[in-house]
Design a protein around this ligand. Structure first.
Ligand SMILES: Cc1cc2nc3c(=O)[nH]c(=O)nc-3n(C[C@H](O)[C@H](O)[C@H](O)COP(=O)(O)OP(=O)(O)OC[C@H]3O[C@@H](n4cnc5c(N)ncnc54)[C@H](O)[C@@H]3O)c2cc1C
Length: 401
């Protein structure tokens, strides 16, 4: 039984991405703190002392594909999260956690050790960049963040012709979609759009490859790609990325002028090397309540943590991070009061595929509930405005509330 430390319980949250910020939102008694009053309220009434350890910069990853159209850039997707934390009277430590010890009770940051009564991990993904040799040296990826995408765009803007290859791999070892397929489809369609706008589309080949899609696969996404003349290299996996292209398994060189590639998702070095239990796929092993297995009062959600008994179609998504962090926050509150955790989360794939001249709402849920009570069409260019509205609202919340 957990007795607590008497005074305010110390909760450490590692990472300042979607999972951690949703965790904070659901853990605190009230969700918004627009003015100093909120901070005062937290100071007087909170039973918990919260500390976030991270970079201090939040990245809104879902907007990164739109670097291609020039509508988003590094500045517009990056937010200094310190004021958000300050409004909530949450202590912030800038740094990288390099070890977790004592069953989760101690975390090490740049040589200093911090103790806690409870720990939440929202440390995001790592990518299997050693899976295909040459990935680091010869590919760009939206998953590495805004700088890498800006670098990709610089190269593209200097090109008048060439062959562009976009691809992804999925880590299926944990039984769900630990990879970024949807994002790469979106990038391919947006590339088609901007090259047409520039009047140079006919000078380019755009290929979409993935060993995780069967050749001959059909469906709405394939239809959208084919409508745009995107060449489908379904089933293809290069043996190596090399200067000027990709080496096929039989040794042939496939010419590619620019490659945008997303490797499968796994857990970071911290997951592999600390006291955390690790799944076959390399992610943090959590139960359906978000509790890290074998450890007490340690929770994890988002891209760092495997799903427990997932349907095979469920991905890692900001949207899933929200549902998981909500359950984890409620369960941690229960555990800190010596109650049993009981909150689970729905599995739901939900995202709007922005093609700039068209859009589709990709959706799947284990309870078959439609998104937003079916208020919106599943295919319409208007969905782009809706996607932008979600982004604006969330960034406004982070900046001001
Ligand atoms: C191009 C792209 C488009 C996407 N589009 C969508 C979309 O349309 N819809 C959707 O729902 N999802 C989308 N996603 C997925 C979504 O962005 C992720 O699922 C989401 O970011 C996961 O949140 P997270 O908090 O787990 O990880 P992250 O957002 O990656 O945050 C992890 C945090 O942990 C910090 N951290 C890592 N290691 C340490 C450490 N050792 N010590 C301290 N801090 C650490 C990082 O700095 C970061 O702050 C997209 C992703 C990409 C790349």
């Amino acid at each position: 039984m957990y007795q607590g430390s008497g005074v305010k319980k110390k909760i450490i949250i590692v990472g300042n991405g979607f999972a951690s910020l949703f965790f904070i939102q659901y853990f605190l008694a009230i969700a918004v703190f627009p003015v100093v009053l909120g901070r005062l309220f937290r100071r007087l009434y909170s039973r918990y002392e919260l500390t976030v350890i991270g970079t201090g910069s939040f990245i809104y990853f879902p907007a990164i594909p739109e670097f291609i159209t020039g509508k988003k850039n590094t500045q517009s997707v990056t937010i200094d999260i310190r004021p958000f934390l300050k409004r909530r009277n949450i202590r912030f430590i800038e740094g990288k956690v390099t070890d977790i010890r004592d069953g989760g009770r101690s975390v090490v940051v740049d040589g200093a050790t911090y103790h806690n009564d409870a720990l939440f991990l929202g440390i995001g993904p790592a990518f299997l960049e050693d899976d295909i040799p040459g990935t680091r040296e010869h590919t760009f990826s939206p998953c590495r963040g805004p700088d890498d995408m800006e670098a990709f765009m610089l190269e593209l803007d200097a090109m008048e012709r060439g062959s562009l290859y976009l691809g992804f791999k999925i880590n299926k070892l944990d039984g769900f979609v630990a990879g970024r397929g949807g994002q790469m489809y979106e990038c391919a369609c947006l590339l088609d759009f901007v090259l047409k706008e520039r009047g140079v589309r006919d000078n380019f080949e755009i290929h979409l490859f993935s060993p995780d899609i069967s050749p001959g696969e059909t469906g709405a996404i394939t239809d959208r790609l084919q409508e745009r003349g995107i060449i489908l290299d379904y089933g293809y996996e290069p043996a190596e990325f090399v200067a000027g292209g990709m080496r096929d398994p039989d040794g042939t060189l496939r010419k590619a002028d620019l490659i945008l590639y997303s490797p499968g998702i796994t857990g970071s070095r911290l997951v592999q090397e600390s006291c955390l239990p690790v799944t076959a796929g390399g992610q943090i092993d959590v139960d359906k309540f978000g509790q890290v297995r074998e450890l007490n009062r340690v929770f994890a959600s988002g891209d760092c943590a495997a799903h427990d008994n997932p349907p095979p179609w469920v991905p890692h998504q900001a949207h899933m991070a929200q549902l998981r962090s909500q359950a984890a926050a409620r369960n941690l509150r229960a555990v800190l009061k010596d109650e049993q955790p009981k909150h689970t989360y729905r599995h739901e794939l939900s995202c709007i595929l922005n093609m700039e001249n068209d859009a589709m709402w990709l959706h799947m849920a284990d309870d078959n509930k439609p998104p937003f009570w079916n208020l919106f069409p599943r295919r319409s260019k208007k969905l782009i405005s809706l996607k932008n509205l979600f982004e604006k609202l969330y960034l406004f919340y982070l900046r001001y509330l």
